[in-house]
Write a protein that binds this ligand. Sequence first.
Ligand code: AP5
Ligand code: ZN
Length: 216
Amino acid sequence: INLVLLGAPGAGKGTQAKRLAEYYSIPHISTGDIFRRNLSEGTPLGKRAQSYMSEGRLVPDDITEAMVDDRLQQADTHNGFILDGFPRNVHQADALAGMLAERQLSLTAVIYIDVPHDILVERLVGRRVCSTCGTTFHVIFDPPAVEGVCEVCGGTLVQRPDDQPETVETRLNVYMEETAPLIDFYRERGLLVKIDGTEPVDVVTQNIIIRLGAEH
Ligand code: AP5
Ligand code: ZN
């Protein structure tokens, strides 16, 4: 099962991708996570991505596309894969089509997680992530048992630097201008599965699995 998760910043792509990757036993390929890991390790790729990420703008296509191509090469995709945060504009969508064609693969579906703007802002500014294991929480919607402490590993919860209100606004604008056109792009190709992302996390996961089961 070869999936793309599409949706605005804060729609719940990372939250759902993690669950779907476990359910289908497929690798979760998150361009945002890969960039953040390179950033914290101080690699050349991380250094090139840094300024774009901190401003909430897209990292240039050539860098991002080469990185995804490389990751698809390395990952064990015999059961499939789940792409989270890629593609993010039409150029990247065309590049992905090329990468898949080369490997004689095709997309099963593009899951579009739909969440209205005001809820996105609330989710992003309230998000906290574990600085040790990366697990995501929310101060209101998914609070840890002990404030500021990761329930999985006991690590310290921090706010992502790009979850500051000013950067959140830039990211949402970039999404509207560059990424939202992919909704029609994939609808025209018969791949779009639209899911209501305002439901509780478990309900969203179940709805995605049901829709995929019914259609494939
Ligand atoms: P990336 O890491 O991909 O960030 P994003 O797209 O902005 O997505 P987020 O991680 O913010 O949101 P999400 O949808 O995963 O939501 P989450 O599940 O965490 O990208 C970061 C940066 O990297 C970009 O700005 C760019 O610079 C660069 N980049 C990445 N990919 C790129 C590409 N392809 N090209 C160029 N540049 C790229 O959930 C959010 C919060 O809501 C959490 O607190 C969660 O607990 C809560 N929540 C989730 N679901 C629910 C629910 N159903 N109900 C209530 N709360 C919920
Ligand atoms: Zn942790």
